[in-house]
Design a protein around this ligand. Structure first.
Ligand SMILES: Nc1ncnc2c1ncn2[C@@H]1O[C@H](COP(=O)(O)OP(=O)(O)OP(=O)(O)O)[C@@H](O)[C@H]1O
Ligand SMILES: [Mg+2]
Length: 369
């Protein structure tokens, strides 16, 4: 049986569909990578579905199809880039694009779109998708789902490790030394989502490269206090969050309610500090005081954020996951290749201690080739 799997991921940043081809026959080997940037049109349509509005069902149906085509292109792209044929691949794990994540709502729900039927049809490969909802049906948050993969890949070290994914949202996977069953994890809050939104609104750029704009500003302490007062930060784990809680409208409301102007660069500096401090709080909360902090996600390329985290966490040595063989950009997509493999083997993908589900579950639905 083939041990080749494709992982497809587009996260809360809505920057790109990341595709990886992974060989699991001996550990994990990355055979190919490919990224399909989300067009402005697609990004606006996703953003338009992250809030309630008219014609939602019609817009969602169309976007589900269009994203299905783009996800299929990303899968075919990674095959072309690595010179592999669909028949060599056992299955694709597709996260889809989240358009709503409401784990606290009565009833809770989470929605990821990018029609898996289209991906299966265009590629001729079996697709596993809709990973989150089974965990939620079992009482979990449906997120984060990557910790089991992080634990398999980065666990077993003689010292404590924490994996920090800096995507749109930041999430941590805690790997205490010598306690493989004590893996924990949760979303700590925003990573890039607010910095990106502010940068887009004020600079017309999709992100603040290297955090240089943030570095040019000063932290506004009162604004920082207001932002840190968001109830999400005080909520106990298990917990997960998204665009519904952290978005430009919320940020602008908090700036307005300050009652005095803050320069654009100072807001950016404050947002970077918000990310750094909320990550720090999540890490201090683990009770572990030293070890390795393995950083992945696009935020790993934000040097200013990296330096700030290292300063706030002197006991922790920051390392890029690239040093351990998997570049920060591809970790999450590889996780969905791994999750698809779990499903195809009839094995669970969630960690109840992380998501809060009653028990571990085989995740996802299978769309046969
Ligand atoms: N050179 C860079 N400097 C600063 N930030 C960067 C750089 N490169 C990428 N980023 C940030 O990383 C983001 C993309 O990260 P990533 O793809 O990991 O997030 P995501 O799509 O939300 O994924 P997920 O939800 O799976 O974590 C960009 O939107 C940007 O904010
Ligand atoms: Mg991304």
């Amino acid at each position: 049986m083939s041990e080749l799997y494709i992982g497809l991921m587009s996260g809360t940043s809505m920057d790109a569909i990341d595709a990886v081809l992974v060989d699991f026959s001996q550990g994990i080997q990355l055979l190919g990578t490919h990224s399909v940037p989300l067009t402005d049109d697609l990004r606006q349509r996703v953003a338009g579905l992250c809030v309630s509005g008219p014609d939602e069902v019609e817009r969602m149906g169309r976007l589900d199809s269009d994203l299905g085509e783009h996800f299929a292109k990303a899968a075919l792209g990674v095959l072309a880039a690595s010179e592999h044929h669909p028949s060599q691949v056992h299955a694709i794990g597709s996260h889809g694009q989240t358009i709503r994540h409401r784990p606290q709502a009565p009833p809770p729900f989470t929605l990821q779109i990018a029609d898996p039927n289209i991906i299966a049809e265009r590629t001729g490969i079996t697709v596993v998708a809709d990973f989150r909802r089974r965990d939620m049906a079992a009482g979990g948050q449906g997120a984060p789902l990557v910790p089991a993969f992080h634990a398999g890949l980065f666990g077993g070290s003689p010292g404590h490790r924490i994996v920090l994914n800096l995507g749109g949202i930041a999430n941590i996977t805690v790997l205490p030394a010598g306690q493989p069953d004590a893996v924990r994890g949760h979303d700590t809050g925003p990573a890039n989502i607010l910095m990106d939104a502010w940068c887009q609104a004020r600079q017309g750029l999709s992100y603040d490269a290297g955090g240089q704009w943030a570095a040019s500003g000063d932290i506004a302490p009162e604004l920082l206090q207001r932002l840190l007062a968001h109830p999400y930060f005080a909520r106990p784990s298990p917990k997960s969050t998204g665009r519904e809680e952290f978005n430009l409208a919320w940020l602008q409301g908090e700036i307005l309610s300050l009652g005095r102007p803050v320069s654009d660069a100072d807001v950016q500096a404050t947002l970077l500090e918000l990310t750094a401090q909320s990550v720090m709080a999540g890490i201090l909360d683990t009770g572990l005081d030293k070890g390795e902090l393995l950083v992945c996600g696009g935020g790993a390329f934000n040097l200013c954020l990296w330096n700030r985290l290292q300063a706030l966490l002197p006991g922790w040595t920051l390392r890029s996951t690239a040093e351990l063989g998997l570049a920060p950009t591809w970790v999450e997509a590889a996780a969905f290749a791994w999750l698809a493999r779990q499903t195809m083997l009839g094995l669970p993908g969630n960690l109840p201690a992380v998501t809060g589900a009653r028990e571990s579950r085989i995740l996802g639905a299978i769309y046969r080739a």
